[in-house]
Design a protein around this ligand. Sequence first.
Ligand code: ADP
Length: 379
Amino acid sequence: MSGDDNPSERRRADEALRESEARMRAVINGVADAIVTLNEDGIIQSVNLATTRMFGYGADELVGRNVNVLAPESRRSLYDGYIRRYLHTGGAGVSNREVEARRKDGSTFPAELTVSEIRRDQQRLFIGFVRDLSERRQFEACLDRLHKGRLDLMTNMTTALAHEINQPLAAALNYLSAARQILGAEAVPNRFAAESLEKAAAQVLRAANIISHLREFMVRGEPNKVERSLHALIRGACDLMQAPAKEAGVAIVLLLNAAEDQVLADQVQVEQAILNLMRNAIEAMSEARERELTIATSLDEGMVRTDVSDTGPGLNPSARSGLFVPFASTKPKGLGVGLSISRSIIEAHYGTIWADDNPGGGARFSFTMPLARLESSGD
Ligand code: ADP
């Protein structure tokens, strides 16, 4: 005798089926996303509890009506088009779409719609999963405002700084060119002095360049990014810091181990961010017995990570929380802008920057930047 012919076994099977259906209903009603089942004509067959909460309709008001009732008037043809396109393409390219949805009271909200398809008794059914994006959008708007507030502050600060700094820079350049002329007029010009003057003039020009770039960056918001090697930028910054490091008795160690280092970067800005970290590290080690500045790179989930570590006294506990805040400084003559500028630069390059204790003693400042390969493909 087969199982189907046995009444008690059939009862058990029916019970198991009912139980599993009840479990499934509980799961469907428990999820936060609205789940709406439609037939090929767009007529709603069933909805879960979240749908009634999200749209303000009772289930009985929705079942049997066209799904367009959940869309704003102006978007209804779009919804029809959506189903037609889905039927036409077999679902390709129409899933995970952002749409505007409409509640019973007429208010609308942004939502993410994902559609999948099932077949039941020769009938094609569509299941739409609707996620309410209102909260996410509010959060994003709030972040945008915060970011904008910080950028406004930085813009004002940079404009004021640029104004103050450009004047002494221009004066220094004048004095340097006068000194060069005087030297040139000597019967036996001193070659070393002339070379030093050339170098000093180049550095003054570079400072003016940085200021104008920073100001441009603050006003423009977006840096001028080109695909380049982060290691080359680090080496460039090291070249510029070679003399001050030597003077401070600091040894620079490079451990550029990242197997890939092509990033989309604005050269002057990223070099500036690295220079700020290096300068801080050198200043922090002025009284240290061991003076070693290490710059290490590594790959970390599609990002290149750079660690700038020193063997100084480490982070001051009272300054920890305000490190990246403009004008926060523990130095007698510090301006407190280096780290906040570095942070703006790194964030404008879609990276993050943070500080912690160097495992070997001292402080460690780290930042990440996405690999150009991944950033440009939008992965
Ligand atoms: P400034 O150097 O003018 O103070 P920054 O924004 O560059 O401005 O740095 C802010 C503060 O962060 C410093 O005053 C110092 O307290 C702390 N800091 C930065 N780098 C280091 C470091 N390498 N070691 C210890 N403290 C540091």
